[in-house]
Design a protein around this ligand. Structure first.
Ligand SMILES: CC(C)(COP(=O)(O)OP(=O)(O)OC[C@H]1O[C@@H](n2cnc3c(N)ncnc32)[C@H](O)[C@@H]1OP(=O)(O)O)[C@@H](O)C(=O)NCCC(=O)NCCS
Length: 184
């Protein structure tokens, strides 16, 4: 789905733009690196498997997955993605997901992108709760969530199969600060 207003970032290296099918080779390139997928549930067998996800990204269904490209300002090259899956227009909830190419790790991009996209999720998707799940071993992602004000709610035991093994995930959430309990 394409939005008129995309989240605006306060980061000098990257900006957010719609993800296009032409980005798939760059995305697939780092998503299959062992140290990138190690703490995620990604398990891609081919680029065609990744291409199938673009059907959902291009859908106009309000419950479909939203994914944006994180691109370098100077070359427009894709160095990451961010978005929401498990979007529920009924409950006004969504789950954030993000990834970065290892070449740009440690530059403060992830917290900057996560904070901007969460704010946009509240203002443009109308979400009242944005949640995040991270493998219990994903210390980098947990730091990103905590820096963005997410609160840990607990450990989801055997929550997802990760490359054929049941794994525990932390669940975090962030609530729309503008909505009080009486407004929902
Ligand atoms: C998760 C991810 C987006 C974080 O990006 P990043 O650029 O590393 O983020 P940051 O630079 O803010 O670093 C995150 C924190 O991890 C810390 N960190 C760095 N290396 C670390 C390591 N080896 N072990 C533990 N923590 C580490 C950093 O110090 C930083 O914390 P700090 O700011 O308090 O110092 C990136 O690592 C990534 O794409 N990983 C693969 C995909 C993924 O895991 N996606 C999330 C799924 S839930």
């Amino acid at each position: 789905m394409h939005y008129a207003d995309l989240p605006t970032l306060a980061h000098e290296l990257v900006y957010l733009r719609p993800l296009s099918r032409a980005d798939a080779p760059a995305w697939y390139g780092y998503l299959t690196m062992p140290h990138v997928l190690e703490h995620t549930s990604w398990d891609l067998r081919s680029i065609d498997e990744l291409m199938l996800k673009f059907d959902a990204f291009e859908s106009t269904d309000p419950a479909s997955e939203v994914r944006l490209a994180i691109a370098l300002c100077d070359s427009d090259k894709l160095v990451g993605t961010v978005g929401f899956h498990s979007v529920s227009p009924l409950h006004k909830t969504a789950e954030i997901a993000y990834d970065l190419a290892p070449g740009v790790w440690g530059r403060g991009i992830a917290p900057s992108v996560c904070a901007a996209v969460v704010k946009w999720g509240f203002s443009h998707l109308g979400a009242v709760r944005i949640q995040a799940t991270a493998l219990d071993s994903n210390t980098r992602s947990v730091r990103v969530l905590e820096k963005c004000g997410f609160q840990r709610e607990g450990l989801l035991r055997n929550f997802r199969m990760v490359r054929n093994h049941p794994r525990d995930f932390w669940i975090y959430s962030c609530l729309d600060p503008h909505i009080g309990i009486d407004d929902t």
